[in-house]
Design a binder for this molecule. Structure first.
Ligand code: NAP
Length: 264
């Protein structure tokens, strides 16, 4: 049975990637609210969610169907590079497609909900590619695609409330897997503080109507420091071929599982 606060004044907060370093800091921040952690390791009353598996995403959405959600944190990501059971590139599925699909569902069925996406400064040097050669390029390219797909949803739906934030650099399984040992040392010792990361996430949750902007640390090349809201300094136009690919994948998966986003 899902822990759900319908009778008290607690907010209902859903956190994806809640088992990670940033996710745990968000869970701690919202310990006085009703926090629903969605993860692969979920133990009831939280929700099980494997973002590489479309069927699992559908179950997750179904379980939240009749609940009022106040904030959704799209905070999970991976650097894995293989094929999913639905024959999609793993990092594209987890980092981009699933983020887009869940956000789209929320803009339709949880209209009041604010959505906060954990982006990355790496998108400034990324390309709009679904298949990438290295782990590092796959990560930055799929984070860019997620950011653009969510910005596109925000553009298309005047009621969508989507905030974007780059947390800075923080030592985690994910960030360390993208760097050599000496950089890992620097990240461990000089990375951004979790207080600033959480502050950035909260600021992004307040700025869900500000288009073309994101929350980013002020200092040291956007890697650490106090979070500020600023313009994303790159072209944010979604490639038409990517958009078409995503629409086709969406149709294909919905057909395979006999479901439609508007008929869950
Ligand atoms: N750390 C940084 O420097 C940094 C910088 C920029 C952006 N970010 C972003 O911050 C977010 C959180 O990353 P983090 O640094 O906290 O990394 P982390 O500690 O490695 O956490 C990653 C989270 O993603 C979850 N995840 C991965 N694959 C999943 C899947 N298939 N299904 C469901 N959940 C899955 C992990 O769950 P499991 O426990 O099940 O593996 C974990 O909770 C990510 O979106 C990342 O892109 C981080």
């Amino acid at each position: 049975m899902l822990a759900y606060c319908g009778l008290c004044f607690c907010m209902n907060i859903v956190i994806l990637g809640s088992t990670g370093v940033i996710g745990k800091a968000l869970v701690k921040q919202y310990q006085k609210e009703n926090c629903i952690e969605a993860s692969r390791k979920a133990v009831s009353p939280n929700i099980e969610l494997d973002l590489s598996d479309f069927e699992s995403i559908l179950c997750f959405l179904k379980k939240l169907e009749h609940h009022k959600i106040d904030i959704l944190f799209l905070n999970a990501a991976t650097t894995r590079k293989e094929e999913t059971k639905d024959h999609m590139e793993y990092s594209f599925m987890v980092n981009a497609f699933s983020m887009y699909y869940i956000a789209k569902h929320f803009t339709i069925y949880h209209k009041e909900c604010r959505i906060v996406f954990t982006s990355s400064i790496r998108i400034l040097h990324a390309k709009q590619k679904i298949q990438s050669k290295t782990i590092s390029s796959a990560y930055r390219n799929t984070k860019l695609l997620a950011h653009l797909l969510l910005a596109h949803l925000q553009e298309e739906d005047p009621f969508a409330q989507i905030g974007f934030f780059h947390p800075g650099i923080v030592a985690s399984k994910l960030s360390l897997s993208l760097h050599h040992r000496w950089v890992q040392f620097l990240i461990r010792h000089f990375g951004n503080s979790l207080e600033h990361v959480v502050e950035g996430a909260l600021l992004a949750a307040e700025a869900t109507k500000v288009k073309g902007n994101w929350v980013c640390p002020k200092g040291v090349f956007g890697l650490k420091g106090k979070p500020v809201l600023k313009k994303v300094n790159r072209s944010m136009v979604l490639d038409q071929k990517v958009k078409q690919y995503v629409i086709e994948k969406e149709k294909e998966l919905e057909k395979k599982y006999g479901i439609s986003c508007v008929r869950l």
